[in-house]
Design a protein. Structure first.
Lengths: 382, 269
């Protein structure tokens, strides 16, 4: 048992904290207001290696580990949750399944561009009628001998409008159902029949691009099948297990960011002749929140560490995301409360953080889905 | 062409976080994070820009300090420096600027043997803990190379260096030849961040630690507290100034009038 971060992980936090303070935080409110994807920030993140932290250097990754990756998403999200999820969706949901499930040829072709951040990645699982319930897939892939033809639509795709490379889940054999009937494909933006549909207008994470993907007789080369035919469900679930570490880290960052600005506000704001920080009722709430944030952090780092050690971390990442998401929502709501009327205005960052926090209880499996995963470990799957 | 560059850097306490003990007047260093000195980051950045433009360029960072200064050197490596040398020895402790420049210039001579000479030495203008701005220029004197301090713009063409040297009310343009020493100010550039890959590689990198004997300095006469011609007699925290007075008024004219009245009241005018 060792609760200390390595020197590398400590330095990664120091670097990303500085990067986020200088490059992310100053434009966070503006990107939120204008619903603007921060292209210039993503380019800088690519330059410094933030878009491929846990991948080996031979694939142009940074050669880091998943705790450093979690720290990175946390520190980015502390300043801007949208920037955090751009990194998370790219790293966990697109690069990872290709890296983990791809053939050597696929890895050589796609991972270096993604891990270096030259290209941005996204993942297409969710449909209007199927999210975590992957078996309800309406997107179909038909084997035409030398290629596949994909038809269907995906919704709520993070990074959709800016991604070059997509991992798409589609039904290859309905009769086989979820296990065995679904397959995964690597789809490039330029493939014939592939297009981006409407962009969602959301409650929060405004600077993150959330779009529809439309596949209309989309031609996908045979060699772009990811994993074997019928492996799609396993590809999707294993990808989501890792993605949850990223989203939990995003939630943690949002909570920490809201907490930190609230501490400063409480010291400065005076009511009834004394600083808010002198009121014990508020102090106690802050103490409880700090404890909750730290507990979330430990759950996340444990899950990330298990992933690095190739242990089964499915339950650990579900717990981390469940707890971190609820923490983010609780802390940001209180942060707005402690800011009073100012907290409800866009002049202070806590209202944005509260709007951004909500999604962490929803995407990559809602809190209820995390409980299904955890309950499955207690009582066994049905 | 590729260049051989030496960067002088110092690990300093982060002055944003530092406090002084009001009774003794000394700095409270406990728990204060250490950082790469700001101007030295500009010095390193300029060297890295040369490396970006001229592949094959090699950058060696040299520092003098306690063993834990290796953390700062690793940051320099993570930003893109190729090699790092730490001059560390109890005998070097307490050195003033004269003794420090003796040690560092000796260290650079030895580093130059390893690198096969050098073209440019970059140093920061001054360190935020001592603020002397003397060590860089003294190193140049002891190595016998031309120097320009307060460099705010740098251009390199073959072995010709053209710099803008900041003055209080303007700047002068100076041309010189390599090898030379330049001290950087913050206007020179914006230092880059560490690369994540660099962070992991730097942790594995070997940092050369040289003691006083390794660099061949005389411990009795050249380095350390005793031979240092300057000694700190006393340090103190200046008393904080009282709050200023804001002169109010509805119009500029009225504000000026009120200011005059108040100055006259105090017999200043």
């Amino acid at each position: 048992m060792n609760f200390n971060l390595t020197k590398e992980q400590e330095t990664v936090r120091k670097m990303v904290r500085k990067f986020a303070t200088n490059e992310v935080e100053p434009i966070a409110a503006e990107c939120d207001k204008e619903h603007r994807f921060p292209v210039e920030t993503v380019e800088k993140m690519a330059k410094y290696g933030l878009m491929g932290i846990p991948y080996p250097t031979e694939y142009e990754g940074a050669g880091g580990d998943h705790i450093s990756y979690a720290i990175t998403v946390e520190e980015l999200s502390r300043a801007c949750a949208s920037t955090g999820v751009i990194c998370s969706a790219h790293t966990s949901l697109c690069t990872w399944p290709i890296f983990a499930w791809g053939t050597e040829e696929q890895k050589k072709k796609y991972v270096p561009d993604l891990a270096s951040g030259r290209k941005i990645g996204a993942f297409g699982l969710t449909e209007p009628g199927a999210g975590t319930d992957a078996g309800g897939q309406q997107t179909v892939a038909v084997d035409m001998g030398d290629h596949y033809v994909l038809n269907g639509a995906k919704v709520f795709i993070t990074n959709g409008g800016y991604a070059d490379t997509f991992v798409i889940i589609a039904m290859t054999d309905k009769s086989k159902g979820t296990r065995g009937g679904i397959s995964a494909f690597i789809v490039e933006k330029g493939f014939e029949g592939f297009s981006i549909g409407k962009t969602e207008d959301k409650l929060g994470i405004h600077a993150s691009s959330t779009t529809e993907l439309i596949m209309q007789d989309c031609i996908v080369p045979k060699e772009n099948l990811l994993g074997k035919v019928g492996d799609g469900f396993k590809v999707a679930l294993s990808t989501l297990d890792g993605g949850r570490i990223g989203i939990a880290s995003q939630a943690l960052g949002i909570a920490q960011g809201a907490f930190d600005v609230t501490v400063e506000y409480m010291k400065a704001r005076k009511q009834f002749g004394k600083s808010l920080s002198k009121f014990q009722a508020l102090q106690f709430e802050m103490a409880a929140m700090k404890t909750q944030i730290e507990a979330a952090r430990l759950l996340i780092y444990k899950a990330a560490d298990m992933k690095d050690k190739h242990l089964d971390y499915s339950e650990a990442s579900a717990m981390a995301k469940l707890f971190a998401g609820e923490t983010a929502m609780h802390v940001t709501t209180k942060a707005v409360q402690f800011h009073g009327g100012y907290g409800y205005t866009v002049d202070y960052p806590v209202e944005r953080m509260m709007r951004d926090a909500k999604i962490t209880e929803i995407y990559e499996g809602t809190s209820e889905v995390q409980k299904i995963v955890i309950a499955g470990k207690i009582f066994g799957k049905k | 062409m590729a260049y051989k560059i030496i960067v002088c850097a110092k690990q300093v306490p982060d002055t944003n976080e530092i406090k002084t003990n009001p009774e003794t007047g000394t700095l409270i260093r406990d728990g204060v994070p250490s950082i790469l000195n700001n101007d030295d980051a500009n010095a390193l950045e300029e060297a890295l820009k040369i490396k970006d433009a001229h592949p094959g360029t090699v950058i060696t960072v040299v520092t003098m300090g306690p063993p834990q200064a290796d953390v700062m050197l690793k940051e320099c490596l993570a930003m893109g420096a190729d090699d790092a040398i730490l001059l560390s020895d109890r005998a070097l402790g307490g050195s003033d600027t004269w003794a420090t420049s003796n040690a560092i210039s000796a260290g650079i001579r030895k580093a130059a043997e390893k690198m096969g000479g050098y073209d440019i030495i970059f140093a920061g203008r001054q360190a935020i803990d001592g603020d002397t701005a003397q060590v860089g220029p003294q190193i140049a004197e002891k190595l016998g190379v031309p120097q320009v301090s307060y460099v705010k713009k740098f251009e390199l063409d073959g072995n010709k260096v053209t710099v803008e040297r900041a003055l209080e009310d303007g700047y002068e343009v100076i041309e010189l030849q390599t090898p030379c020493l330049l001290t950087a100010i913050k206007e020179l550039n914006t230092p880059r961040y560490m690369y994540i890959r660099g962070i992991y590689e730097a942790e594995k990198a070997e940092i050369s630690v040289w003691n006083a004997d390794d660099i061949g300095v005389d411990k009795e006469k050249e380095v350390g507290l005793r031979p240092s011609p300057t000694n700190v007699f006393k340090s103190f925290t200046p008393k904080p100034k009282g709050a200023g007075q804001k002169v109010a008024g509805d119009t500029e004219k009225e504000i000026a009038k009120n200011l005059l009245i108040s100055l006259k009241d105090k017999n200043i005018i």
